[in-house]
Design a protein. Sequence first.
Length: 277
Amino acid sequence: MQTLRKMFTMRSAITALVALLIMVIAAVMYDGHVAGDSFWRGIIIANFSRSILGVSAWFGDNYGFGIIIFTVLIRLLILPLMVYQTGSMRKMQEIGPELKKLQQKYSSRDPETMQAMQAEQKKLYKDAGVNPFASFIPLLVQMPILIALYTAIRTTKVLETGTFFWVQLGERDPYFILPILAALFTFASSYLVMMGQPEKNGMTTSMTYVMPIMIFIFAISVPSALSLYWVISNAFQVAQTWTIQNPFEIRREREAKKEAERAKQRAIRKAVRRHKR
């Protein structure tokens, strides 16, 4: 699992560079005009819009395919950040039971007890090679990118004129197929993550079931262009989770560690019995 993750990290970095190059080429090749009245809208959002429209032009101005391809490119661009974030979260999950034991051991809230608990937590983080804040750094970087993509799709009016199979991109999906798919992919991704956790977490479990409902409600009330974005983005998230956070591989790896620890303890007890004889 570790070897696969390292290999995937290297490949994801190369893939991100290729995705960025394609996005830049698409934006440069688009010969239309996209207006903006501020740095955020005039530079960031405008270039996102130009890139989406440029990609769409490669498919005969099919804006549905343009949104799909550009969404995939964005997800590939931030993939190295997601790999890093996933690794940090995985380490935090593995030491979760030890953190709970410390909280139970130092249940008092007086300053001396809290200081002692913090000291032991720092030692636990150091021994496990964990930075508790590391997983938030990629999130802070990727959120503006995803917000820019969402805003570009929402504010690029020309996208509303396109059609994609049964939907008019500027109108809501009349058959609710895209909202249902967005909710299902959201649930699948969250459920895979939950399966890989060493212990059940009430908050995570609740969000696994609440988030798909929220996504569905959101998707039925917005233009299909945005619903399509959510479907592709969340479908990519499922594939990403299965690749770098496969719960079945994580469980097998975790069980192998436990079995190795049990074997070590059996060997120690056996050596002690021999010594006593």
